[in-house]
Design a protein around this ligand. Structure first.
Ligand code: VG1
Ligand code: CO
Length: 545
């Protein structure tokens, strides 16, 4: 064992989903090692390290392989008993979550910067998940950060590269290393939750077709096995299926701006019944019908309204949760069907306690994330299978399913406007002034809409009673609309300001209007209230989703 003397970095505070920095930042001497040692030091564990087992894998982006080898050597030096590693170091985030649960390990390390671009000039990331399979709770990530601020040494061994390609067990310095197939356990679980024979029938007899965009990221192999080999969808319609270390130079974020090829196809003659995409690490999903986009918030609501008809969920739904900026469409379903609904801060880690306590079955975020109690992460392929199964059951188009839903529950017009790479100090100042200004806005009428309430959102976890403050600013307007402001916790350059707009409509004559038009008044108010143009010099958002 080698004891390496190191100096602490002061910027290793995990954000919304782990530590994310540019790849080059991670490549600094000792940078990755310091953070990994901090995880080992801080993670909840049995009495001694030789009882600790961990899952290890990543989304395959540039630096994934190097990082895996570094972590293997450090795990061996730290006396860890067992590492379960995805073949070639590859695991989608949902698959990693599942393996932690299946193997009952003490947690897992996932190497990913999710939807951020990859490559030598892109981003890299690392995240610790707990023994429940979910992103570590805030008290653990805070402890990792504290360790990183005080670290003076880390442990490693001098050893050649470990073979991470050959399936099976080996040992290194007394530590067992098991290389496992990255896809098989995950695809087995999917076949238990969804009715694969019903979907296959629909492919054969209802012309059910799918175009899936893997965005050259981790889901390619999962999509080929499940959608092509097991369900019989056309192989050529799994696009960008080969995982590449730089995602082909793209931005592996499944939204209408970045999954352009898929969107163009779905709005053309050759559009399939369902169009879908997933992100860098396979936990996000975008759902499209022929010429029709489903907002992630609506997708969650439709799932909640129909979950009883899906094989793995026939015993019913305990409750639902959504992140605060996610539209309240799912709340309407919960209220109408009498099950509890929860509003949590942004980030999947906040769903963990609710899922573990069986208070919820289903949860989701506006940022193209949906998932259930089957694991403790959001799950892209799972969401696509849910929609495929639902279409097979209803024998209706995506558009019909969503429009029928609006008829019954009303429609939440929804959009998110992102201002990226704002100077961090300017963004902080903007946010602080906004926070101070908010209470004075109560009762004010702007662009014909009356502000009824303003909130600085904080969350008291109903299970462990932990309090999370400063989770976003909410402006509520009459008759039933919201504007929300947040600063992103996943970016690596400057600050990203996110503005979320939501307008609820029940008038049957107004259910099929243009989203931009319906939200125009709110967008104007949002810009004026936060003084965006004069403080940032920006006249329009960089990305609208
Ligand atoms: C974003 C999303 C959030 C999501 C997080 C991680 O965070 O808004 O909903 O949980 O990314 O997703 P932020 O702080 O930038 O708004 V992923 O797919 O990166 O694991
Ligand atoms: Co992701």
């Amino acid at each position: 064992m080698i004891r390496v003397t190191t100096t602490a970095f002061d910027d290793q505070k995990p954000g919304t989903s782990g530590l994310r920095k540019t790849t080059q930042h991670f490549q600094q001497t000792h940078y990755l090692e310091n953070f990994v040692q901090s995880i080992f030091n801080a993670m909840p564990k049995p009495s001694t390290m030789d009882k600790v087992s961990l899952v290890l894998g990543g989304d395959g982006r540039f630096y994934n392989k190097t990082a895996i080898q570094i972590i293997i050597r450090m795990a061996a030096a730290n006396g860890i008993s067992r590492l379960i590693i995805g073949q070639d170091g590859i695991l989608s985030t949902p698959a990693a979550s599942l393996l932690i649960r299946n193997y009952k390990t003490d947690g897992g390390i996932i190497l990913s910067a999710s939807h951020n671009p990859g490559g030598q000039n892109g981003d890299f990331g690392i995240k610790f998940n707990s023994s429940n399979g979910g992103p570590a709770a805030e008290h653990i990530t805070n402890e990792i950060y504290q360790q990183s601020l005080n670290i003076t040494e880390y442990f490693t061994i001098d050893h050649d590269e470990q073979d991470i390609h050959t399936l099976g067990e080996t040992t290194l310095n007394g530590m067992t290393i098991e290389i496992i197939d990255s896809v098989s356990a995950y695809s087995t679980l999917m076949s238990q939750l969804f009715d694969f024979s019903q979907i296959k029938q629909a492919v054969a007899h209802q012309n059910l077709s799918l175009c899936f965009d893997a965005m050259h990221a981790v889901t390619g192999p999962y999509a080929n096995e499940i959608f092509v080999n097991q369900l019989g969808f056309e192989k050529d319609l799994i696009i960008n299926a080969i995982p590449l270390e730089d995602f082909g130079g793209g931005h592996p974020d499944p939204n209408q701006a970045h999954a352009k090829l898929l969107v163009d196809k779905m709005y053309s003659e050759s559009g399939t019944t369902l169009g879908a995409a997933s992100d860098g690490d396979g936990d996000r999903n975008m759902i499209l019908g022929k010429g029709f986009f489903v907002t992630p918030s609506d997708s969650l609501a439709v799932m909640a309204a129909n979950i009883n008809s899906i094989k793995g969920y026939t015993s019913g739904i305990a409750g639902v949760a959504r992140s605060m900026p996610t539209s309240r469409a799912v709340d309407k379903v919960a209220q109408a069907n009498n099950f509890p609904h929860y509003e949590t801060p942004t980030g999947w880690k906040f769903f963990g306690n609710l899922l573990d306590a069986n208070k919820i079955t289903l949860c989701g975020e506006e940022s193209f994330g949906t998932g259930s109690n089957h694991i403790r992460e959001k799950d892209g392929i799972w969401a696509v299978l849910f929609w495929l199964n639902l279409i097979a059951i209803k024998n209706q188009s995506v558009e019909e399913i969503v429009k029928n839903h609006w008829e019954k529950y009303g429609r939440h017009y929804y959009a998110r406007h992102d201002y990226e790479e704002i100077d961090s100090t300017i963004a902080q100042n903007l946010f602080e002034s906004l926070k101070e200004l908010l209470p004075s806005l109560n009762g004010k009428v702007m662009h014909g809409q009356k502000i009824t309430k303003t909130t600085d959102f904080s969350y008291l976890d109903p299970v462990d009673k932990s309090l999370s403050e400063n989770q976003g600013l909410i402006i509520q307007l009459e008759p039933d609309a919201r504007i929300i402001y947040r600063l992103s916790g996943t970016g690596t350059k400057g600050a990203t300001l996110r503005i979320y707009l939501e307008y609820f409509e029940t008038d049957k004559n107004n259910l099929n209007n243009d989203t931009t038009e319906m939200l125009n008044g709110l967008a104007q108010i949002a810009i004026e209230v936060a003084n965006i143009e004069s403080l940032t010099g920006r006249t329009s958002p960089d990305v609208i989703t």
